[in-house]
Design a protein around this ligand. Sequence first.
Ligand code: HSE
Length: 443
Amino acid sequence: MAEAAPLRVGMIGIGTVGAGTWRVLRRNQEAIRGRAGRGIEVVAVAARNLARAAAVLEGAEGVELTDDPLRVATHPGVDVLVEVAGGTGPAREWVLAAIAHGKHVVTANKALLAEHGGEVFAAAQRHGVAVAYEGAVAVSIPIVKALREGLTANRIEWVAGIVNGTTNFILTRMRDAGLTFDEALAEAQALGYAEADPAFDVDGVDAAHKATLLAANAFGMPVRFADAHVEGIRTLQALDVACAERLGYRVKLLGIARREAEGVELRVHPALVPAGHLLAQVNGAMNAVLVKGDASGVTMYYGAGAGSEPTASAVIADLVDLARLQCQCSQGAARPSVPPLAFHAQADLPVLGVAAVRTRHYLRVPLADGAAVAQVPLVLADCGVAVQSLVRHAVPGDAAAPVHALVVTHPALDADAQRAAERLGALPACAGAVARLRVEVLE
Ligand code: HSE
């Protein structure tokens, strides 16, 4: 039987991810053709900087290069649009235009899908095309495919993970080298890990985009980024990283989506994880995701969370899926058979407010008078928060420095722990801001 015609790809963006996709498609073209059942060819590229794009594409024949993204999105010779330019304004228009012209879309743009996924997926369904986005979540790790296909038998109970490489790098450097947040961020930027606007990384927004997509796939709910609780690591003190270590924990920025009877917890925040937990071993810019299914139990996925070719790996996997889809359907249009958010219809699950979330908590209370440590459990008890452990921490060699009461609580309502932190901060002996971080044991 003759091989099907190549899948024709138009790309918007040929920066870090686009160039990686181009390189890997060329380098592995025989293996990719063997797996896809036909070739995958880039036929058009839109770029802001044409000279730089021409340098990336050097030696390529038959690739139309333009500075007009809409031309690529609506190009009659393109079967699939690969959108790797990022952003949510123009990217939304390009993707919707491609869909309206009957083209499948592959994107690594988590912001676009977390914020406009409802509109984009509905348009794709109307036009019978796919919107694939494996590269948008924990890049190299095939977690979307795992949730949508491999774990499809399960009632998913929770998904939790380290899904931002930049902040994990920063936290690793704060722990390993005792750096402050600012020093570690400067290193992350020098190595090119951070987003163009590092606020997206350090304030937890990027992780929340990804957690939103994971929650939608895990629980069959719409993308509800606006309802996510998002805290970053900008105000994290090096002292708390060190104190957590002393207590047997590591600080990680976690994205957590948990199914409860009344709805879904969807939250991103720094948390203490037991030092012996697998997530505590995930260092540098690596990502890892844990999924708890009722039948599978806990499964874990680990890999590079950022970078040119790790993202290309996911983008091309989506392209191969589309190439295979069209191979199976030589007559008429090939419609995607796997729903983009895992379920054929979304349930209207609410996102629960963080005040009602129940976790353990770490509290660090700086006290001018060491004798005041005894007041700490009394205040906590008064707020309905039970103490699991209490340790006195004095700064070595500095008798004038405050003594810190380091508390780990039993599971308590977030609202109660917050009230307790405020009450502790108002104690006459309190000598500075009370630090509060959630503790996640992820059993
Ligand atoms: N800035 C992102 C990160 C890149 O650090 O994880 C990949 O989404």
